[in-house]
Design a binder for this molecule. Structure first.
Ligand SMILES: [Zn+2]
Ligand SMILES: [Zn+2]
Length: 316
């Protein structure tokens, strides 16, 4: 299960920390200025997901860099076309003569389009930007617990929206049978996961077909988490959001403006309270959370903005 925590206060830029139960590495979405982000949060982060590199989403990468030097691990940075050179440029702004090789490695996964990702690496002290590979699929990151798909939204530049999808888990319910547990349980789960129903499963010396035991298995659907940052409130963007985020368990979505400032939203390729709430309702998202508000708003404005979002989300 994903356990996201907002690390930015309502009047700060955006930063979301994503943890999972029983899983050590942390993940960060967006590097906006974030008062609640700790040194430990930065050091435990394995992957940084960036939607686009407007300053309010990328300014705090320097803080990440500051705290990650010396962790002696690889950290992956995911983002839109151009981000490898931008990470490189940020790093090159500092002097590195006292930092040793191996103190950190950055791998940058740069999204060229929805099926094409280029991979680069940078390492101290020289920090040369080297292309090391490419990925030709819509999965920007995956491990044993989850995978991350994405879509590119229009914000006058591409803005990457990420979908975190936990793997489904298979559990056995032995109370539905008279069998005792044993190695066969693992073999049965494997037959199910690998779609090999005719595998032979031996229980207490007797052979059976896996498919005849599949009724003992319960499939627990993996949890889903969406992070949709800056995007124009357009039909094309909404179609892409629907295609990827429908039925999602939890989504954080940009709602930069109040409804009365809709013209600013249109001019700046941003979304606004009502439009973000509506699209979340149309996607039947179970829990939608509006985030990333214009800094011109005071507390009362933000209360109204969130109210407008909630009304549209609930369809009142
Ligand atoms: Zn932006
Ligand atoms: Zn922004």
């Amino acid at each position: 299960m994903f356990l996201p925590e907002l690390k930015s206060l309502p009047d700060e830029d955006i930063c979301l920390l994503v943890k999972l139960d029983n899983h050590t590495p942390h993940y960060i979405c967006e590097c906006g200025d974030a008062g609640l982000l700790s040194v430990k949060d930065c050091q435990n982060t394995q992957v940084i997901f960036i939607s686009h590199t407007h300053i309010d989403h990328f300014v705090n990468f320097d803080t990440m860099l500051r705290h990650q030097i010396g962790i002696e691990k690889k950290v992956v940075i995911c983002g839109p076309a151009g981000i490898a050179e931008q990470v490189h440029s940020k790093i090159k702004a500092y002097t590195w003569n006292l930092i040793e090789a191996g103190s950190i490695v950055y791998e940058v996964r740069e999204i060229i389009n929805e099926q094409e990702i280029n991979i680069y690496e940078l390492e101290p002290p020289k920090w040369e930007l080297r292309k090391t590979g490419a990925i030709s699929k819509n999965i920007i990151f995956d491990n044993e617990r989850f995978q991350v798909n994405f879509t590119l939204l229009d914000h006058k530049i591409p803005s990457v929206a990420y979908l975190f999808k936990e793997m489904d888990t298979v559990k056995i319910d032995l109370s539905k049978s008279d069998f005792k547990g044993g190695v066969w349980v693992r073999e049965l789960k494997t037959a199910f996961e690998q779609e090999t129903p005719d595998n032979e499963i031996i229980i207490e010396g007797k052979s059976r077909l896996a498919k005849d035991l599949f009724h003992l298995l319960d499939i627990k659907k993996g949890n889903t988490l969406g992070v949709i940052m800056d995007h124009a409130s357009s039909a094309e963007n909404h179609a892409k959001i629907k295609a990827l985020f429908s039925g999602c368990d939890k989504v954080f979505i940009e709602s930069f403006y109040k409804l009365e400032d809709k013209t600013f939203a249109e001019a700046n390729y941003h979304s606004y309270s009502q439009a973000s709430g509506c699209i979340m309702r149309e996607c039947a998202v179970k829990e939608a959370i509006p985030v990333h508000f214009s800094r011109k708003y005071d507390e009362e404005d933000l209360r109204l903005l969130i109210e407008e979002f909630e009304r549209a989300y609930k369809g009142d």
